[in-house]
Design a protein around this ligand. Structure first.
Ligand code: NAG
Ligand code: NAG
Length: 369
């Protein structure tokens, strides 16, 4: 019998699943222009630990200090999130250029600029949109300054803020501080002229705010920014809830986190580990509870349940063995791999003899909503 499997004549169901979005920096390696005290290693900025100063990178106090991440592959970078020291040395992270590209000229510091970290930094963790800039290297460089460059965490994502310009609503509205201001793409506010760049409810019981993403996502991170002009308590102690139900206005969906510890104007990021949902609620319970949100950002990917794809093909051979089934999967993986990255292939139903090609929309890969 012919040992070669003819893929065109293949039958059986298999399922392609992309992996859920993750911080690309964790797969890379880091280096920097010098090492403060020989212990603040470049690698500490990509160790997955945001806070704690022993876990930061820092250079010595020299001119044009730089830090470089090698992602080991070229990505379209949409978001870079930087966390500064939490013990009062924010200037060691402020006014730095974030550069992205493929060149190592001038140690990578001549690649294109995505953003410059503001000076002073408005909070410990700040997010920058790089709009799909392509590159293997991400540099942070203090051009023209003589400073230590400290980075407690640098996160790199190829996903963008899903919340911006979607639909938001809230339980009540204070003056002109509508729900939509929390997803207008402007993090900080209100501005000195009093323009309400934040959402704000009345002080009534159980105030809530709800974002409708209009589709089902696996949500990895929710990033919230508090008021910078006072009343920061209006953002603390709120539940972040994610799900697909509108029962009780969506406030019964599962909890990702409860906000706490916000300082004036601070941005804090909450990990939701791929929680599945269309709605993101922020709820502040209590008899009289204002709820103010200057920005809510949501990062994630279209739901895994939507990303699974069935292929059904016809297969004819005199008999099948487990080894042949495996071989088929391996060959398909290498053929498909040129178009799709980061996926798994598995049989959901082993090949049957002489089965007609069929459309399949049910089975273990699909969750019906
Ligand atoms: C990097 O850019 C600087 C300033 O534009 C320039 O003087 C220098 O020659 C460049 N270095 C390399 C290696 O391209
Ligand atoms: C959101 O909408 C506003 C108003 O239409 C527009 O100016 C802004 O560029 C949009 N932002 C994004 C990120 O699409």
């Amino acid at each position: 019998m012919d040992k070669l499997i003819h893929l065109i004549l293949l039958s059986g169901l298999f399922c392609i699943t992309e992996s859920i979005q993750a911080n690309l920096a964790l797969k890379g390696t880091a280096t920097q222009s010098s090492i403060y005290l020989n212990t603040w290693l470049a690698q500490h900025a990509i160790d997955g630990v945001r806070y704690g100063d022993a876990y930061c990178s820092a250079t010595e106090e020299r001119s044009d200090s730089w830090w470089r991440l090698d992602l080991l592959d070229v990505y379209e970078i949409k978001t870079v999130i930087i966390t500064a020291r939490s013990d009062g040395y924010l200037f060691q992270t402020s006014g730095a250029e974030i550069r992205i590209g493929n060149s190592l000229d001038n140690n990578g510091n001549n690649n294109s600029i995505c953003a410059v970290t503001s000076d002073p930094l408005p909070g410990n963790t700040v997010s920058f949109s790089c709009h799909g800039m392509k590159g293997r290297y991400v540099n942070v460089v203090m051009t023209g300054r003589t400073n230590n460059l400290a980075l407690c965490e640098v996160e790199v994502y190829d996903t963008e803020n899903l919340a911006v310009n979607r639909t938001a609503t809230q339980s009540s509205t204070y003056d002109t501080w509508t729900a939509q201001h929390a997803i207008d793409g402007v993090r900080y506010g209100p501005d000195p002229l009093g323009s309400p760049f934040c959402s704000h409810t009345l002080s009534v019981s159980d105030s809530w705010w709800r974002l409708d993403l209009l589709d089902n996502y696996d949500i990895s991170t929710v990033v919230i920014t508090a008021r910078s002009d006072g009343s920061v308590y209006q953002t603390n102690g709120a539940e972040i809830r994610i799900g697909n139900s509108l029962v009780n206005n969506g406030n019964n969906n599962p909890i990702c986190a409860v906000t706490s510890g916000f300082l004036l104007g601070q941005t804090i990021s909450f990990s939701c580990h791929g929680m599945d949902g269309r709605y993101v609620n922020v709820v502040r319970s209590g008899p009289t509870s204002y709820l103010a949100l200057c920005e809510v950002e949501v990062y994630g990917r279209i739901s895994v349940h939507r990303r699974r794809t069935f292929l059904s093909l016809k297969f004819s051979s005199s008999h099948y063995t487990a080894a042949e089934s495996d071989k088929i999967l391996h060959q398909l993986q290498s053929v498909l791999g040129s178009n799709i990255s980061d996926f798994n292939l598995s049989w959901t139903q082993l090949p049957k003899k002489e089965e007609e090609q069929q459309e399949e929309d049910g089975g273990p890969c699909v969750k019906h909503l």
